[in-house]
Design a protein around this ligand. Structure first.
Ligand code: NAP
Length: 294
């Protein structure tokens, strides 16, 4: 069994990007810029935004956090987005989700310039992804494809079973696995909560992608020998043996499933670290497109 090391792969991607940005600096060119907009005081969102900001700084992307009050109106948020749509030093706009209930998330996403849509959630980005055009891809699915490519896992004609159909993971990864491209070109099945006996589907998977949000849900008897397992889940479970009182586990019961898998991502240290690395990559791609750099 090979452990797919997302931490190491994410670091490699960051180093590759840093090298490219260093050479832009040496050439005296404008550098890539990202703005992250955070509305309200949700501690988890605040932590994500700070880690994205730090990751940008480490590789030389100019990064700014716009921290807005919980009661910010939708109209003011839209105005701020419009100002960054026009800002020539900003190539990526990320609005940290979820937003407070009085703000319509879809409306906000639709008002981001698609060229700066580094989360890959704008309907134009999604449409291009489905058609198979080059675009800015949602970061977590993009990270999964990158792991499959870099570990040279054979995906062509293989049966990929995706459990979960969210707009940020399940649906986009199913679409990306379907594309006639490197790291994809698979036969895809998508499962969700109406699937009934999930193991009917998961047992036939050559590649199993779990994005469910339920701790240790996929058990050893639900997969076949040799399966490639990508565990997207991030779940907190009580653990009195550690000082913080909990640990983070995936959607896959690692102890059971790793005995049958040929490749598997751990949680933590699998898909998670790839998400920020792919955000940086998207920001650099957006920069190159806007600044017309090959
Ligand atoms: P979500 O929006 O809650 O979607 C969960 C999906 O799982 C839904 O489509 C749901 O089906 C399906 N599901 C739930 N119970 C099921 C069951 N018993 N059998 C089959 N399908 C079932 O979650 P998400 O945003 O996609 O996230 C999924 C997990 O990935 C979470 O643990 C999240 O924290 C994690 N995540 C990790 C990263 C990362 O960077 N590693 C990024 C994003 C998310 P229905 O559609 O029928 O309700």
């Amino acid at each position: 069994m090979t452990l797919i090391d997302g931490k190491k792969t994410a670091l490699e991607i960051r180093e590759e990007l840093k090298k490219e940005i260093d050479s832009l600096k040496i050439a005296g060119r404008k550098l890539p810029g990202l703005v992250t907009i955070l509305v309200g005081d949700d501690p988890a969102s605040g932590m994500y935004v700070r880690s994205k900001n730090k990751a940008c700084a480490e590789i030389g992307i100019f990064s700014k956090i716009e921290k807005l009050d919980e009661n910010t109106s939708q109209a003011d948020l839209l105005k701020l987005i419009e100002s960054y749509n026009k800002n020539e030093n900003i190539h990526g706009i990320l609005v940290q989700l979820p937003l407070p209930k009085h703000i319509d998330e879809d409306r906000i996403i639709q008002n981001i310039n698609p060229l700066k849509d580094v989360d890959g959630f704008h309907p134009i980005s999604v449409g291009n992804m489905v058609i198979g055009n080059k675009t800015l891809y949602p970061c977590t699915p993009y990270g999964i494809i990158e792991l499959l490519r870099r570990y040279k896992i054979d995906t062509k004609g293989k049966h990929a079973v995706v459990v979960g159909r969210s707009n940020i993971v399940g649906k986009p990864i199913a679409n990306m696995m379907l594309q006639k491209k490197d790291g994809a070109n698979s036969i895809v099945t998508v499962c969700h909560s109406a699937a009934g006996d999930l193991s009917v589907y998961t047992k036939t998977a050559d590649i199993l992608i779990a994005a469910i949000g339920r701790a240790n849900f996929i058990k050893g008897d639900m997969v076949k020998n040799g399966v490639v397992v990508i565990d997207v889940g991030i779940n907190r479970v009580e653990d009195p043996s550690v000082s913080k009182g909990y640990k983070v586990v995936g959607d896959v019961d690692f102890d059971e499933v790793s005995k049958k898998a040929s490749y598997i991502t751990p949680v933590p240290g699998g898909v998670g670290p790839m998400t920020i690395a792919m955000l940086l990559k998207n920001n650099f791609e957006a920069y190159k497109r806007i600044e017309k750099i090959d």
